[in-house]
Design a protein around this ligand. Structure first.
Ligand code: GLU
Length: 548
C-alpha cells in the first residue's frame, strides 16, 4: 500500500528518488530504501523515517534507480524486510506495493531450487522469480515472474548495467511521468510533479519499459499499445491528498480498496486455520478502546450469531478492574495501531489470567502483534486522519471473518451458509462504492444536522454500536454534541430531551428489529424531532416517516 518511485535520465537518480520519497511521506510508512543501478548495483534500506535516515544514504552517481517507502503487510518493519530486494546474483533490484498471496508456496519452491532469502516478506519471491527467468530481458523476466503470482501489485524492477526500469500493476496504482530525456515512475502522481505534469497512468494489468529516451507500453496480454499522456493540473499540494479536500475524505473513499485488501488472502487463511487454530474455545471476550470498541461490540453480535459462543465486550481501560472469573475466554484485542496503551495493558493482563489472545490490528510488527498469541491484520493501509474510517470498516470485516472461522470450527454454520456469507463479504467493496457514489445526496441530507447543538443516534442490534460510532464521529469531527443510544432505551430518559431543535439519526434496516425501529422513529417524530433515516434504498415506509 505504500510508495514507489523510479527515475532514469541525466540527473543523479538518488536526488530525484529522495525528493519523490519525501513527497510520498504523507502516506505514512515504516521503512525506506533505494537502489541505484550504475555499473554495479548500490543498495541502501532501513527501518524508520526518511528524515532520520537520509544523512546516512550515500549520494551515488548513477542515473537510474528505484526507491520505496514500505507499509508492512507481511513481515515486521526491519532493515531486512525493507524494499528494494535484490536477487542472489546481486544484479536485479525490485520494489513492490501490494500483497503476494501465494508467496509461501513460491518461496518453498525457490528455496528448494537454491535461492537464499534475506527477508520474511511476500515481496522477495518476486525478485527471485525474476532471477529464475532472467535471460538478458528484464521486461520478459518480470512478466514471467508475475504470471506465477496470485495477489496484487505495483512493481518496479531494474538490472545492473541495463538502461531500463520495468514496471507493472494489478489493483495498485502506478503512473509514469514523462520528461525530456528523463522519465519517472511512481505509485502516486505526487512524487512526479516536481519533474513533470505529463503522465501516463498504467491501466490494470499493463506493463511498461521505461528508459531515459521513452516508454514502451504493453497491455495485459503483452501486446504493445500506444496512449496519449495526460496533463495533470493539480498542484503538488492538491495531489498529496489525491485531489480531496482533506485526508479523512480521501480515506473514506479508500474504503472499497481497503476492504478488498483486507479480505485478500484472509478468507483462505481463515479457513486454513492460520489465524485461529483448532483449539477448544468456550467463550470469547473482546477488548478495545474508542472506535475499535464499537467494532468489538459489533463483533459480539456476529460471533454470538455465527458461532453461538458466549461473547462479552470490555473497554480496555476498564478490563484491569474486573476481577476475572477463573474462566479463560479467547481474548480478542482490537487496536488499529497495535500500540494503544490500555489495550496493550489488557493484553498482558489477559495472558496473566491464562487467556489465549488474538490481536486484530492494522500495523504489522506493532507491539500487540508481537505480544499476542495470534494476529489478524486488517490491511487497511496507513490512516492519516485521526478519525477512524477505513481502519474501522476493515475491523468490521475482521469480525465477520472471525465469526465465520469460529462458526465453521463449531459447526454452527453449514457449508452453504459459509459460502453465501463469504460471497456477501466479497461484494462489500461494491456495496460501499455504491454508497460513496451517492455522496451528493448524503450531503443534502445532513444539512438538517449542521446547525443543531445536540443530536441523537438510534439503532438496535448490530446497528446500536454502529450508531455509537456515528455519534463519536460527529463529536470528533464537527464538535456537535451527539449521543448514541440503543433505540429501546429511549423511553428510559432521553426522550424528554427531544424537540424540534434536536435531530435524530435512526438506522432502520430489513431485519428483525425493523418494526421496533419504525415504532421508535414515530415516537421521536411525535416530539417534532427532525429524523434522518438510514435504511435500504427504496424503503417507502421509512421515507414516509422521516425527514431525510
Ligand atoms: N507486501 C509488501 C511488504 O509487506 C509490500 C507492502 C507495501 O505495499 O508497502 O513488504
Amino acid at each position: 500500500m505504500c510508495g514507489i518511485v523510479g527515475y532514469v535520465g541525466e540527473r543523479m537518480a538518488i536526488d530525484v528518488l529522495l525528493d519523490g520519497l519525501k513527497r510520498l511521506e504523507y502516506r505514512g510508512y515504516d521503512s525506506v530504501g533505494v537502489a541505484i543501478a550504475s555499473e554495479e548495483l548500490k543498495l541502501f534500506k532501513d527501518k524508520g523515517e526518511l528524515s532520520k535516515i537520509e544523512a546516512q544514504i550515500p549520494r551515488w552517481k548513477g542515473k537510474m534507480g528505484i526507491g520505496h517507502t514500505r507499509w508492512a503487510t507481511c513481515g515486521r518493519p526491519s532493515k531486512n524486510n525493507s524494499h528494494p530486494f535484490v536477487d542472489c546474483t546481486g544484479r536485479i533490484a525490485l520494489v513492490h506495493n501490494g500483497i503476494i498471496e501465494n508467496h509461501l508456496s513460491l518461496r518453498k519452491q525457490l528455496e528448494d531450487e537454491g535461492h537464499v532469502f534475506t527477508s520474511e516478506t511476500d515481496t522477495e519471491v518476486l525478485v527471485h522469480l525474476m532471477e529464475r527467468h532472467y535471460n538478458g530481458d528484464a521486461h520478459a523476466a518480470l512478466m514471467a515472474a508475475l504470471s506465477q503470482v496470485k495477489g496484487t501489485y505495483a512493481v518496479a524492477a531494474m538490472v545492473e548495467g541495463d538502461d531500463r526500469i520495468v514496471v507493472s500493476r494489478k489493483e495498485n496504482p502506478l503512473v509514469i511521468g514523462l520528461g525530456v530525456g528523463e522519465n519517472m515512475v511512481a505509485s502516486d502522481v505526487t512524487a512526479l510533479l516536481s519533474l513533470t505534469n505529463r503522465v501516463l497512468y498504467l491501466l490494470e494489468g499493463e506493463s511498461a519499459i521505461v528508459t531515459a529516451g521513452g516508454i514502451t507500453l504493453f497491455d495485459a496480454d503483452g501486446n504493445k499499445v500506444e496512449r496519449e499522456p495526460s496533463t495533470v493540473t493539480w498542484t503538488v499540494e492538491d495531489a498529496e491528498k489525491g485531489g480531496f479536500e482533506h485526508y479523512m475524505l480521501k480515506e473514506i473513499y479508500e474504503q472499497p480498496t481497503a476492504i478488498h485488501n483486507s479480505l485478500l488472502g484472509s478468507l483462505d487463511e481463515i479457513y486454513a486455520g492460520a489465524i485461529i487454530p483448532d483449539i477448544e474455545i468456550n467463550s470469547v471476550k473482546l477488548v478495545a478502546c474508542g472506535s475499535s470498541s464499537h467494532a468489538a461490540m459489533v463483533g459480539k453480535y456476529i460471533i454470538e450469531e455465527m458461532a453461538r459462543l458466549p461473547t462479552t465486550v470490555e473497554l480496555a481501560s476498564e478490563y484491569r478492574y474486573s476481577p476475572g472469573t477463573g474462566e479463560s475466554p479467547l481474548t480478542i484485542l482490537v487496536t488499529q495501531s497495535g500500540e494503544t496503551a490500555d489495550t496493550l495493558a489488557a493484553a498482558r493482563e489477559a495472558r496473566q489470567r491464562g487467556c489465549r489472545t488474538l490481536a486484530v490490528t492494522n500495523l504489522v510488527g506493532s507491539t500487540i502483534s508481537r505480544e499476542a498469541d495470534h494476529v489478524f491484520y486488517t490491511n487497511a493501509g496507513p490512516e492519516i486522519s485521526v478519525a477512524a474510517t477505513k481502519s474501522y470498516i476493515t475491523q468490521l470485516m475482521a469480525m465477520y471473518l472471525l465469526g465465520l472461522r469460529l462458526g465453521t470450527m463449531r459447526q454452527t454454520l453449514d457449508r452453504a451458509e459459509v459460502r453465501s456469507l463469504s460471497n456477501e463479504l466479497r461484494s462489500m467493496p461494491r456495496y460501499v462504492s455504491g454508497v460513496l457514489d451517492r455522496a451528493s445526496e448524503i450531503e443534502e441530507a445532513v444539512d438538517m444536522l449542521a446547525k443543531a447543538d445536540h443530536i441523537f443516534y438510534l439503532g438496535r442490534n448490530i446497528n446500536y454500536p454502529t450508531m455509537l460510532e456515528g455519534a463519536l464521529k460527529l463529536k470528533e469531527i464537527s464538535y456537535i454534541h451527539a449521543e448514541g443510544y440503543a433505540a429501546g432505551e429511549l423511553k428510559h430518559g432521553p426522550l424528554a430531551l427531544l424537540d424540534a431543535n434536536t435531530p435524530v439519526v435512526a438506522a432502520c434496516v430489513n431485519d428483525h428489529t425493523r418494526e421496533k425501529m419504525l415504532g421508535n422513529i414515530s415516537e421521536v417524530a411525535a416530539r417534532d424531532s427532525p429524523v434522518l433515516g438510514i435504511g435500504v434504498e427504496g424503503d417507502r415506509e421509512l421515507e414516509a416517516i422521516t425527514d431525510a
